[in-house]
Every structure is written in structure tokens, then in C-alpha cells.
Write a protein that binds this ligand. Structure first.
Ligand code: SF4
Length: 438
């Protein structure tokens, strides 16, 4: 049995991985509790493993490593980009950074580094403003939120708590901003689905209120501490000719197509399918290493494998990864559950409503979505829309290329609420529905 960390989101719940998942009650951040994704974590680990490949042919690990090194050396630093979705240990991220430095290339990540409070601190505020539904995406946050007197959710459809409804054509946060004071904490998620909330979060940061930003990837905080750049905003993809992707998962929905794509991954995915070189590495629970969660807490994964780091060190010909981790954490030894300080300016993001469909599709973030697993097969529609569409109970609807069941729900007309990924990753997008009568 391995003392491990759930990779589902930036809370990083501690648990034991064996022939099933066991609770780890002495962990201060999750106190042994896990959400459904954490309880089902073995499903995530039982996915098809990646295989070492060069130009589509199966090769041994060393050949894939040597080929990656040789091909990368054919590009200059400003043509190479190193990227990760941060489902990686501190040690792997530090090794990726050192490798990027070796090539004098940029290193970027998807996520937002921000750690100011422990989750328990949420309970001490008099008011919480949410920009996501914690009962869906972060149930361990919901537990804390339930202890707060005043809870508001800013969004496009009526939530379970006091709702501040936004106009999708022109989201205006005045009502939410009027609530900000030193007794208020805003809880938000940084993801391609959440860009609409950026103007609000920027105002939170300037106000007396506090904020915690969660990530759908585990270790964005350490990537931010290492100085990785934001994947979305600061990278000129037209100049990128070669990409080295470490454990890439859903990074903004799109997989780039540079001249050279090298992927280091435990599991087979769309990135591996497109890669010129695939380097298979061990899965997260098998790894020895640490991470920094959304609270800035150091968590340890007690597996045996250091293969992920060794691959990167071999390509770069360096060995200083361990000291880079200590230096970045500003500690002499890594002590589990201790906290580090991280603050970063909230990044400028842009919201653009695209598409001309009749319905607003709003997607609720959750750990399954970010791992590409469809855990539900239905969306919610308003009762009025169900009637207007003439849907019977056995009918299916089609949105984009997804055929789905639906559930009539107490939401406004013209909206679709989904917990599965239907269109490209956007916070709010317009779509059409086709009826499929059965
Ligand atoms: S998905 Fe997040 S909240 Fe759920 S168990 Fe994993 S780390 Fe905890």
C-alpha cells in the first residue's frame, strides 16, 4: 500500500493506494475525506498505459530518451517550449525547469499559483462568494462553505445558494463586488472554463476581501513557484517548433502540432497519439516525490519510482533536481504537511462569447472532466425548454457530436448545464440542440 496524494485537483487529498483506496485520517487538509473522484482513483490509474514510441514504432525506454535528446538538440531555445499540466511531482517539475534552462527555452504550465489560507480558514469568514459549484467540483471545500453564514454563488444559472445571476452577453459583477469586505472570501477555479470571472477576481485581489483559487490540476502552485509561464497568455505558439510535454492532460482542449512533439506520459492519450516521440513514465502513485497543494501545503507521495525525474535528467545531462526543489521551497528538508508561501498576481484573461447557437452551454468543472472521463451522460435543461423541444422521457439530445440524455431541471430557459465536456473548453458558449427521438 502506498501513502499517496490524489491527483484529481489542487487540494491533493492524502490517501493510501492499494488494491483499493484507503482513507488517510491523519492528513490535516482532507482529514481522511475524499470526493467521488478520489474514491474512484484506481479507475484513473487503470487506464491504458503509454508506450515508448519513436515515429509510431515501439522502442525501448533508453532509445526514446536518446531520440528525444537528439531531436531537441536540433532546435534553438526560442523554438522549443516545455510544458506541463502539472499532474507531476515537485521533483519532476524542477527537472523540467532545469531541462528548459539547459536549452535556454521557455517552460509553461496550465494553472494559477496562489496559496494564502488553509481550507479550514474558509470557515472563519462571515461571507463566501463562489464562482463554481463546490458540491460538484470541490466537495471538500463545500464542507467548509456550509459552515459560513452567508454564501453567494456568482454564475449564469440559479445555484443551490444565494445566486448572483450574470447576463451572458455582458457579465456585470457589480452586485458581487458590492459584497466584498474584509469578512469575505472569494473561492474561484482557474481553468479554461472560468475566464469569464477574471474581471471579478482582479477586483477581489485589489479589495480587502480574500481569495483562494483552485486548479483542476494538482501541482500548479509549485510550477508557479518555479517561475513557469502561463500557457495561455504569454506564449507565442507561432514561434514554437518543438514541444516537450510532461504529463499533458486537458490543456485548454487543443493539442498543438509543432514540427517536433515529445510527450512524457504515464498514460496513453491524444498527446501520445500525435507525438513524434513518446516516453512512457510511471504513474503518479508509483512515484517518490512531493507536491504543493492549493493551500501551499507540502504533501509527499511515497512511491518508489524516480523514473520521471531520471528521464528528464538524462536528456539534460544534469543531476541537481533535488537541490532545486529545496531551494524553490526555501527549506532544508521536505516536511510533510508544512506550508510554503506563494503569491502571484492574478493573470489577465479574456472572455469572448463565440458561436451563434440558441442555447447557452455552461459547464461545471469537476475532476472527471479534467481527466477526460465522462462520468455522466446527461445535461440539465429547463422544464420550459424540454417542453419546447418536445422531448419525451426516452429521447436523447445531440449537442455538437455528443449524444446525451437530459434531465429537466429548475434552471432558466435557454441554458444547458453540463458536468461533462461537450464543446471546446470555454466557460460559456452558445450551442444548438438536435432532438433524437427514440
Ligand atoms: S479530486 Fe480533489 S477533492 Fe477529490 S479526492 Fe482528489 S484531491 Fe480530493
Amino acid at each position: 500500500m502506498i501513502e499517496s496524494v490524489c491527483i484529481g485537483c489542487s487540494i491533493g487529498c492524502s490517501l493510501y493506494v492499494g488494491d483499493r483506496i484507503f482513507h488517510r485520517k491523519n492528513a490535516p487538509h482532507n482529514e481522511g475525506k475524499l470526493c467521488k473522484f478520489g474514491m474512484d482513483l484506481l479507475k484513473y490509474y487503470s487506464r491504458e498505459k503509454a508506450e515508448c514510441k519513436v515515429d509510431g514504432k515501439n522502442v525501448e525506454l533508453n532509445e526514446a530518451i536518446n531520440e528525444a535528446k537528439k531531436r531537441l538538440e536540433g532546435y534553438s531555445g526560442d523554438e522549443i517550449l516545455f510544458l506541463t499540466s502539472c499532474t507531476a511531482t515537485n521533483e519532476e517539475l524542477a527537472a523540467l525547469k532545469l531541462l528548459a534552462e539547459k536549452f535556454d527555452a521557455k517552460c509553461c504550465f496550465y494553472g494559477y499559483g496562489n496559496a494564502l489560507f488553509s481550507l479550514k480558514d474558509i470557515e472563519n469568514f462571515g461571507r463566501v462568494i463562489l464562482t463554481f459549484d463546490p458540491f460538484v467540483s470541490y466537495p471538500l471545500v463545500a464542507r467548509r462553505v456550509l459552515k459560513v453564514k452567508e454564501v453567494y454563488e456568482v454564475g449564469f444559472v440559479d445555484g443551490r445558494v444565494n445566486s448572483i445571476i450574470l447576463n451572458p452577453e455582458n457579465p456585470n459583477f457589480d452586485d458581487a463586488l458590492a459584497l466584498l469586505d474584509e469578512n469575505t472570501i472569494a473561492l474561484a477555479e482557474y481553468s479554461p472554463l472560468s475566464t469569464v470571472y477574471t474581471p471579478f477576481l482582479k477586483e477581489v485581489v485589489k479589495s480587502n476581501a480574500k481569495a483562494i483559487v483552485f486548479n483542476p490540476t494538482l501541482n500548479a502552485n509549485f510550477a508557479a513557484m518555479l517561475g513557469f509561464e502561463s500557457f495561455e497568455n504569454k506564449i507565442d505558439f507561432d514561434k514554437v517548433k518543438a514541444i516537450y510535454a510532461l504529463e499533458p492532460e486537458l490543456i485548454n482542449g487543443a493539442i498543438p502540432s509543432p514540427e517536433l512533439l515529445i510527450v512524457q506520459s504515464a498514460f496513453s492519450n491524444g498527446w501520445c497519439d500525435k507525438a513524434d516521440v513518446v516516453i512512457q513514465s510511471d504513474s503518479f502513485h508509483q512515484k517518490r516525490g512531493s507536491v504543493v497543494n492549493a493551500e501551499g501545503r507540502i504533501l509527499i507521495n511515497n512511491g518508489k519510482s524516480e523514473q520521471g525525474v531520471e528521464i528528464l535528467e538524462k536528456i539534460g545531462g544534469f543531476e541537481q533536481t533535488a537541490s532545486k526543489v529545496l531551494e524553490t521551497l526555501n527549506v532544508n528538508t521536505i516536511k510533510e504537511f508544512s506550508t510554503v508561501e506563494i503569491t502571484e498576481e492574478f493573470r489577465e484573461k479574456e472572455f469572448k462569447l463565440k458561436g451563434e447557437g440558441k442555447y447557452y452551454l455552461t459547464t461545471k468543472s469537476n475532476p472527471f472532466l479534467w481527466k477526460g472521463i465522462d462520468h455522466k451522460n446527461f445535461v440539465e435543461l429547463s422544464v420550459e425548454d424540454v417542453k419546447e423541444l418536445g422531448l419525451s422521457r426516452t429521447d436523447r439530445i445531440k449537442i455538437g457530436d455528443k449524444e446525451l440524455c437530459y434531465k429537466p431541471s429548475n434552471i432558466q430557459k435557454g441554458y444547458i448545464v453540463s458536468e461533462i465536456l461537450i464543446s471546446q473548453l470555454k466557460g460559456l458558449t452558445r450551442v444548438d440542440i438536435s432532438n433524437l427521438h427514440y
